[in-house]
Design a protein around this ligand. Structure first.
Ligand code: FE2
Length: 378
């Protein structure tokens, strides 16, 4: 049986953040706003365009990459005192995920770690409006909030039918000030979302539609956006569309082994999520090939890559993924400072990830270890 659920109202378009105050007042009927963001957004001055549209707004700007449970709990206790009727998440995946978690703490007692898992909260969270400033997260249209428990070195997933943002305002012009390395890593994260959503076991004919279009848009526009984000409006818009559609796809399908490794690495080392994903994508695709040949050959077809056989088309896709990563100057695994002695722990945590059973090919701890070793020696 196929199910598909997306309760988020989507507003997409260049300049759409200038309408935020109106959307909040007229469509979300909210007036007391708590804004969750990070220091980088404040330094870039992006928050000003939003703050100026509200009479009553409190700003929490201490969200870090791989957001920590302690930071979320701190934001939650400030928000509880303010009693907002809307949380706005502004930033990359970290700020959007943190916004969802803070919204849950406003209506529920205790700490965020008490709500780890699916539908563990007692009361629905207050509404969230998500404003992505990167081209990767997809969090603006998904239900999950991934928060790092720093004492357990583990990425908790907190979600439920009420944790989708109520609205997403997606403005591609927010990418103009995004540093080039983040265009690369978050754009590759979006590509991984699309490729995994299409090839994992829970994919459906509905999620395939979104994944297919996302792959096409991201593959054809990521490098262009990387080279000239400011001047190439078409690339910027299509990359943002691809990122959002990939979010819709994996939100109702799942991710697979690439994310299992990226989340394990991110919880231990604070490596940016998109960088970790980009590094492992080709190696996981090679591992998955015996079971995912057909999906990968389909994806190759979507972007105009052909072969004399399905196998050859799938292999050419993997080669194209490698070429794209190196064109975007994504670092290699051995250059990011992870010691080989940590591989068994990373492999174990990858295996424990909730998305591991979704991977197209069954992956055991020894398989993850082999993927890590292959990526490291390449
Ligand atoms: Fe991701």
């Amino acid at each position: 049986m196929v199910r598909f659920y997306l309760p988020t109202k989507i507003v997409f378009g260049a300049g759409s953040i200038s309408k935020l105050g109106k959307i909040v007042e007229e469509e979300l009927k909210a007036s007391r706003v708590f804004l969750v963001t990070d220091k980088g957004i404040r330094e870039a001055g992006i928050d000003k365009a939003i703050v100026s549209q509200f009479k009553s707004i409190t700003v929490f700007d201490a969200i870090e990459p791989n957001p920590r449970h302690t930071t979320v709990n701190r934001a939650g206790s400030i928000a509880r005192k303010m009693r907002p009727d809307l949380i706005i998440g502004l930033g990359g995946g970290s700020s959007l995920d943190a916004a969802k978690a803070v919204a849950l703490l406003v209506t529920n007692k205790g700490s965020i770690e008490d709500y780890e898992g699916k539908h563990r909260y007692v009361f629905p969270p207050i509404p969230v409006l998500a404003v992505p400033t990167t081209c990767g997260t997809g969090s603006e249209v998904t239900w999950s909030s991934v928060i790092t428990h720093t004492e357990r070195n583990f990425k908790m997933s907190i979600k439920g039918p009420h944790t989708f943002p109520s609205a997403a305002v997606v403005d591609p012009d927010l990418l103009i000030t995004l540093p080039q390395s983040l265009i690369a890593s978050t754009g590759m994260d979006a590509l991984v979302h699309a490729v995994e959503a299409f090839s994992v076991k829970p994919s459906t004919f509905i999620t395939d539609l979104f994944a297919k279009e996302a792959v096409r848009l991201i593959f054809h526009h990521l490098e262009r956006a990387y080279k000239d984000i400011k001047g190439d409006k078409e690339a910027r818009e299509n990359l943002m569309k691809g990122s959002m559609l990939a979010g819709v796809a994996f939100g109702n399908s799942d991710v697979g082994a690439v994310h299992c490794i990226a989340e394990a690495v991110g919880a231990l080392y604070d490596i940016p999520h998109g960088v970790a994903n980009s590094i492992f994508l080709p190696y996981v695709m090679e591992f998955n090939l015996p079971e995912a040949e057909s999906s990968y050959a389909d994806i190759a077809g979507f972007i105009g890559i052909n072969g004399r056989s399905r196998r050859e088309a799938a292999e050419r896709l993997i080669k194209e993924v490698r070429n794209l990563s190196s064109g975007l100057n994504i670092p290699r695994f051995k250059d990011i400072g992870i010691e080989e002695s940590q591989f068994p722990l990373i492999a174990e945590k990858s295996y424990q990830n909730n998305s591991n059973p979704s991977n197209p090919r069954k992956a055991k701890v020894k398989d993850y270890l082999q993927i890590l070793n292959t990526a490291f020696s390449d």
